[in-house]
Design a protein. Structure first.
Length: 170
C-alpha cells in the first residue's frame, strides 16, 4: 500500500515543482543575448537585429516558454489528480464511483462480518454486515466492488450472487 501512496506523492511533488519552475522561468527568463555566447549569437544572425527587433523576439520567446510551461504544469496537475483519485477510491465519498475489479490475494473462505479482504491492487476492505457465504475455499478469486447509496460499497465474488457490505480500511 505504501507504494501507492508514494506514486501519488511523487505525482503531486512533480506538479508542485513544475509550477515553481514555471513561475521562476516566466519571471526571470534572461534575454537571448545573455543565454547565448557571443559566437552563438552572431552565428544565429541575431546581431543583425535592431534593439527593438531583439526586444520583440525576447518577448515572443518569453510568452512561448510561459505557454509551454503552463501546459506542462496543467498536465502534471491532471496526472496528480488522477493518481490521487485512483489511490483513494472507496474511502468515504472520495475518488471515482466506478466499480473496482480485482482479485482477492490468496485464499478466500467466504463472507463473515469483520473479515478483511486484501485485493491484488493493495486495497484492504472489511466486511461490515452479517452476509454469509459458507463452504467456499478458492484461491485468488476475482471480485467486483461497486458503490451503492450513501457511500456504501458492495463486494461480490466471481461465480456467486451473494454480496457483502464492505468499507475500505487501507
Amino acid at each position: 500500500m505504501r507504494r501507492h501512496h508514494s506514486v501519488a506523492l511523487r505525482a503531486l511533488c512533480a506538479a508542485i515543482a513544475l509550477a515553481a519552475v514555471g513561475t521562476v522561468a516566466a519571471q526571470q527568463a534572461p534575454p537571448l543575448q545573455e543565454q547565448m555566447s557571443a559566437d552563438e549569437f552572431r552565428a544565429a544572425g541575431l546581431d543583425k537585429l535592431s534593439s527593438a527587433e531583439l526586444a520583440a523576439l525576447n518577448t515572443w520567446l518569453e510568452r512561448r516558454v510561459g505557454v509551454e510551461t503552463a501546459a506542462a504544469v496543467e498536465q502534471a496537475r491532471a496526472e496528480g489528480r488522477r493518481a490521487v483519485v485512483e489511490e483513494n477510491r472507496g474511502f468515504f465519498h472520495f475518488g471515482s464511483q466506478e466499480p473496482i475489479e480485482s482479485t482477492i490475494a490468496g485464499e478466500f473462505t467466504g463472507f463473515g462480518k469483520g473479515r478483511r479482504y486484501t485485493l491484488a491492487n493493495g486495497q484492504v476492505w472489511e466486511q461490515t454486515d452479517n452476509a454469509r457465504l459458507a463452504g467456499v475455499r478458492r484461491q485468488d478469486v476475482g471480485v467486483r466492488i461497486r458503490p451503492g447509496f450513501m457511500g456504501v460499497w458492495w463486494l461480490q465474488v466471481d461465480g456467486y450472487n451473494s454480496t457483502a457490505k464492505v468499507q475500505r480500511v487501507e
